[in-house]
Design a protein around this ligand. Structure first.
Ligand code: ISE
Length: 324
């Protein structure tokens, strides 16, 4: 059965999701596209039905499942609407702006008695991150002592304001560390340079691993993400990022991508394929759950609220057996 997908939002990520659904996702077809600007929706949809009201699309009989790629502040309400309509939903990160909104999603999903929500923490599908996790899981580097993460953007997108380097970008590190080490976070300390960018964020996990993070939204040279696990018996690192080799003016230069989509294209494609397969087969979800979405948003919220106050002791609810 081909799954008819409706897409909300056709900005940078929405346009990519539209292309992936049209060209790279066996078993899915882009059946509807919704955007405040109907011309943008028509361009992204390439013939799919255009909607201006997301709720009309979500409730349409022509739509089986929904991808949400609209601005962050709209995610929680749209996810709730998808669940009310009993439609599986792949929501771009973050799941919600506040922990309370994310928890309401978790509670509604549990009351439905089945998983309907996947959150777009796509690094879990990146081939290089998967190898990193495999080598850690195999036990070859032993107990994890330190994880070093680097997350750099060329320049912050103009819509990235206020604390969004935490709520929109650093949430990736929060999620990926929990997934890599299969543990939760305990404490956080933030050092802020140059009025908030870059940030150096030190964290500890409940099992005592120390995590260092550089979050730099204006590094001025390209998009770059790195991660390295230092274990008792060795170190496992992401390999060099895929890049173009340019020969020019007597030099050989490795060119960085300018933003995240080229770096994580394989991850985005694999994430969508896996989501569609889960809907078709009703197998277990591989991607991040609403619970993971709650935890990342709750940690981000506590960091934003406490970042000037020294060490933050994180307070998180216990994971319900529904998500274990
Ligand atoms: C951006 O907002 C994202 O959504 C990307 O996933 C992230 O990698 C990037 O650093 C952010 O700026």
């Amino acid at each position: 059965m081909s799954i008819a997908v409706g897409l909300v939002g056709t900005g940078v990520m929405g346009s990519e999701h539209a292309r992936i659904l049209r060209e790279d996702t066996p078993g899915a077809r882009l059946a509807g596209v919704c955007d405040a600007d109907p011309r943008k929706a028509a361009i992204a949809g390439c013939g799919a039905q255009v909607y201006s009201d997301p709720l009309e699309m979500i409730h349409s009989r022509e739509i089986d499942a929904v991808v949400i790629a609209s601005p962050d502040s709209t995610h929680a309400d749209l996810v709730m609407a998808c669940m009310a309509a009993e439609k599986p939903v792949l929501c771009e990160k973050p799941l919600a702006i506040t922990a309370a909104q994310a928890l309401a999603i978790v509670e509604l999903e549990m009351s439905k008695g089945r998983r309907l929500v996947q959150v777009g923490y796509m690094r879990r599908f990146d081939p290089a991150y998967r190898l990193l996790k495999q080598s850690f899981d195999s036990g070859e580097i032993g107990k994890p002592l330190i994880v070093h993460n680097v997350h750099r953007n060329l320049v912050a997108p103009e819509w990235m304001t206020g604390s969004m380097s935490i709520s929109n970008a650093f949430v990736h590190e929060i999620d990926v560390v929990r997934w890599l080490l299969d543990t939760d976070l305990a404490t956080v300390r933030v050092t802020s340079l140059q009025k908030g960018d870059p940030l150096v964020i030190e964290m500890t996990t409940r099992s005592g691993t120390v995590i260092t993070n550089e979050i730099n939204m204006n590094c001025q040279y390209g998009y770059y993400v790195h991660s390295e696990i230092v274990g008792e018996n060795g170190v496992a690192s992401l390999p060099a990022m895929p890049s173009t080799v340019i020969h020019r003016a007597g030099q050989q230069v490795l060119a960085y991508p300018t933003y995240w989509v080229p770096r994580f294209m394989e991850a985005y494609k694999a994430q969508t394929k896996s989501w569609i397969k889960t809907i078709q087969t009703r197998q277990a979800y591989e991607g991040a759950s609403a619970w993971d979405g709650y935890v990342t948003t709750a940690v981000a919220e506590q960091i934003i609220e406490g970042k000037e106050t020294g060490e933050i002791q994180l307070t998180l609810l216990s994971c319900p057996s529904f998500y274990a």
